[in-house]
Design a protein around this ligand. Structure first.
Ligand code: AMP
Length: 204
């Protein structure tokens, strides 16, 4: 999407994971909440976003990924953008039933350095033969890891938060006519084709 729109993608999840890895003050506060699948405080997340969008590469716009996650963040974001004479122009919501998400997330393995993502069933690495969990990156041969919050236990909390805190955001932006609902249960290629076509045709 970054390439299609020519603007950077800012993922609060990635930025928080970097803060945890670097053990910054914010990272230390966020670590245990993230591991259990809870939402990090609005204060921390807003600060991270506020600092990031001041950077030069955001001058022509930016894609927010995983943010906002609740109504308070939504109102604060709208305010922050309005104070810079900006506004949210499009919202893309990927819709996936919970049981499919559970299978996708608990089977996900990641190559940390590159962000390449694998799945035990749908996209196994070449190293995984005869169903044995030997998980190595196809390109570098380095070990793959699982996110500490990609567990069935943490997923229960993540899905609960999604349905109660995040979904209401869609109503807020629906009234502005800028929301595209995309069926995310299909293959990655189909999901991308549909999203890109809608963005190109300015349907959203
Ligand atoms: P993600 O990679 O988007 O699934 O985010 C991973 C975790 O980071 C979430 O489960 C939350 O603990 C935290 N997180 C990411 N974005 C936000 C946000 N906008 N508000 C609160 N917590 C967040």
């Amino acid at each position: 999407m970054e390439q299609l729109l020519g603007i950077p993608q800012l993922s609060t999840g990635d930025m928080l994971r970097e803060a945890v890895a670097a053990q910054t003050a914010e990272g230390k506060l966020a670590q245990s909440v993230m591991r259990s699948g809870g939402l990090v405080s609005n204060e921390i997340v807003m600060k991270i976003i506020q600092d990031r969008i001041q950077k030069e590469d955001c001058k022509l716009g930016f894609i927010l990924d995983g943010f906002p996650r609740n109504l308070e963040q939504t109102y604060l974001l709208d305010e922050l953008l309005a104070s810079n004479a900006l506004a949210v122009s499009r919202v893309v919501a990927l819709q996936v039933p919970d049981h499919i998400l559970e299978e996708r997330i608990t089977g996900r393995w990641i190559h940390l350095e590159s962000g390449r993502s694998y799945h035990v069933k749908y996209n196994p690495p070449k190293s995984m033969k005869d169903g044995k969990l030997i998980m190595l990156d196809d390109k570098t041969g380095e070990s793959l890891t699982q996110r500490p919050d990609d567990t069935p236990e943490a997923l229960v909390t993540r899905l609960e938060n999604y349905h109660t805190a995040t979904v209401p955001i869609l109503d807020h932006y629906h009234t502005k006519g800028i929301v595209a609902l995309i069926d995310g249960s299909r293959t990655p290629f189909k999901v991308w084709e549909d999203t890109a076509a809608k963005l190109r045709r300015h349907e959203i």
